[in-house]
Write a protein that binds this ligand. Sequence first.
Ligand SMILES: Cc1ncc(COP(=O)(O)O)c(C=O)c1O
Length: 450
Amino acid sequence: MKYHSHIDTTVTASFGDALLASLAPDGGLWMPDKIPFFSPDETARLGAMSFADCASELAQHFTDDRFSASDLKDLCRDAYNFDVPMVTLTGENLHPALAPDAEDFVLELFHGPTLAFKDFAARFMGRAASHLMGRTKQRRTILVATSGDTGGAIGDAFLDQDGIQVFILFPKGGVSKVQEQQLTTMGTRHSNVKAISVEGTFDDCQQLVKAAFGNSELTKKHNLMSANSINVGRVIPQSFYYFWTSLQAKGAYPQRPLVYSIPSGNLGNLTGGLIAKKMGAPIERFVIGNNVNDPFVDYLSTAVYEPRPSVPTLSNAMDIGRPNNFPRILSLFNNDYAEIINVCWGASFSDAETERHIRRIHTETGYIMCPHTAVGHLAMEKFAEDISDSFTRITVGTAHPAKFADSVERILHTDIPLPGPLAKAMKKTKRMHVMGPTLADLSDYLAMHA
Ligand SMILES: Cc1ncc(COP(=O)(O)O)c(C=O)c1O
């Protein structure tokens, strides 16, 4: 598969080069030249496989000749060694016999090692990058801006990998207590993964990473690579779970169309879903849930896109005023607004509404949602009320509620037990560098540590 820049489509690269370069030379985002389309017979075959094997077959169409079919099978089996369950709010698994009348499911994408959906992309990308680098013997410096989850997943995926240094930039005071603990306790003092607490917002962190990539001297000196969803190596694997889970859901409830609700910030997760739909996944529509940082939901209702400074909310990983992947969405639809709103529908919610929803769902069903998942589920409820409730409804559960224990425990007045890996991280000593949100600060730090 060839990739082209979303700005100048004549600028092209192979998958491996696009992944390692992060951005196209003209500053554009890499887009796949031609998304493969699978016939109903092929999708039936892929849906009957395990998730890991289905992912490896899909990956063959998106990678290049540096990856053989057996490389990808090994890579995906190694990366995806955890469950991808879809459950009702009362805990039944998606299955017509177990939940014959169920319509409302959560796709729990938080059973990987860092308990967030980012593991799906980070574990694929980490393994793909080291497969490529093993051949070149180059050293790389990965910069990743995080609103909480990406940093943990990327750090975990690249920890102790030879030839790679990872610098995780997070907004000081802008991630949950558990996330900060996870980000700042990876490895030892001499670990290849370092956390930087930036005195600013997540948008500042993201701008800093962009500025570093815009500085050719810095990029060359450190051989910089981005692990944010601007990197196409992050976005492609996020299409795999939509593809595979939609086939499971459609197989279980063939008579009903399927709609997914995605709690969104940078729109990387939505981009993955849209790619899956283009591949032939039986998904009718996508619902987009935003918190009050809602330039995309506003765009859907007004056709006007107005990025703006972000404001802090309860669902902090979605505090994004300038979604990185917006140009990718436009490109996937050839800038056709009518087609975009045909497929995407959105709604945004305040923290008060999110808190009320977490409380109500817990009281009515016992299910505990993280604040992001709650925003997605609220959007799905509004879609069912305002548009139609005749769908199988799947809300994407993007993180384990324990990652946001500080807020969820306050809202529910109940203890959320920390799963094993988090409980372990909570006992470790935090290590981080604190710096201002300037390129000069970042470049000084890289000069000393990269
Ligand atoms: C828990 C959680 N939910 C939702 C999102 C938003 O995903 P995206 O930025 O791909 O729209 C993130 C991203 O950081 C996240 O960590």
